[in-house]
Design a protein around this ligand. Structure first.
Ligand SMILES: Nc1ncnc2c1ncn2[C@@H]1O[C@H](COP(=O)(O)OP(=O)(O)OP(=O)(O)O)[C@@H](O)[C@H]1O
Ligand SMILES: [Mg+2]
Length: 237
């Protein structure tokens, strides 16, 4: 579902953030992207969501040719994915409920369905009771969880998350990752950028190490975690 061939990204100030990257991510994969700060991880994700355009190479995501896609088609591309941004990007003037519901309203879903689904993802990320709060009334970890709920609400076929547990305590991080694995087990492709080596060790799977704008390693590592051991039932997706 994701194909990159000889992709480079040079920012207007001359920084070469990605250098000649080629890789494929198939439907149903769970992929961790790791690497030092400034390595190019967020840039890689930004190319996938067409927030930045590659300088060279070919990228296709969910059937969209990213080198040719017209601006008016970008919303259609984004509808095929749920995105958790490193800096959350919540709407300050909207409360938690509306921030999450917004993604469903944008595609014209009926209010009744929205109500049910928003309630279920709020539960999933453990934010019950915070529905009426505005983002500035929440902690960093709570805002991060709103951003995750918003990414999940439309049941996308692909989830792209940039440090989704960067502001969350270890126990909650583990829970969030466990939910992502469960969602992945139901067929959703998940790409997660993380600094947390503990999580990568625990959950294993495919790990792509990006360093200095290139793919340094791309391995499958042994999974310690077995969803069947700890399944707590339906996660509402
Ligand atoms: N808009 C931009 N303009 C110019 N240079 C940029 C821009 N965004 C990122 N960079 C540079 O590109 C390189 C890769 O940045 P990127 O944000 O992809 O790193 P990262 O791996 O996500 O780091 P972190 O772990 O700190 O989030 C860095 O050298 C950064 O300074
Ligand atoms: Mg980053």
């Amino acid at each position: 579902m994701i194909h990159l061939r000889n992709v480079s990204k040079i920012y207007p100030n001359g920084t070469e953030a990605l250098k000649n990257i080629s890789l494929d991510i198939n439907k149903g994969e769970f992929v961790f992207i790791v690497g030092p700060s400034g390595a190019g991880k967020s840039t890689f994700l930004k190319l996938l969501i067409h927030e930045e355009k590659a300088s060279f190479g070919k990228i296709s995501v969910n059937g969209f040719d990213m080198m040719k896609i017209k601006n008016r088609k970008v919303p259609y591309l984004r509808r095929t994915m749920g995105i958790v941004f490193q800096d959350f990007r919540l709407i300050d003037k909207m409360n938690v409920y509306d921030n999450i519901a917004f993604a469903m309203r944008a595609i014209g879903e009926p209010e009744k369905k929205i109500k049910k689904r928003v309630k279920s993802v709020i539960e999933l990320v453990g934010l019950n009771g915070k529905e009426k709060c505005r983002p500035n009334e929440l902690s960093g970890g709570e805002q991060q969880r709103v951003s995750l709920a918003r990414a999940l609400v439309n049941k996308p076929e692909l989830i792209i998350a940039d440090e989704p547990t960067g502001n969350i305590d270890p126990k909650m991080s583990f829970e969030i990752m466990r939910k992502l694995v469960e969602i992945n087990n139901r067929g959703t492709t998940v790409i997660v950028v993380t600094h947390e080596h503990e999580l990568v060790r625990e959950f294993g799977g495919r790990v792509i190490i990006i360093k200095g704008g290139t793919v340094e390693r791309d391995d499958k590592i042994q999974t310690v975690y077995h969803p069947a051991d700890q399944d707590e039932g339906d996660v509402g997706t």
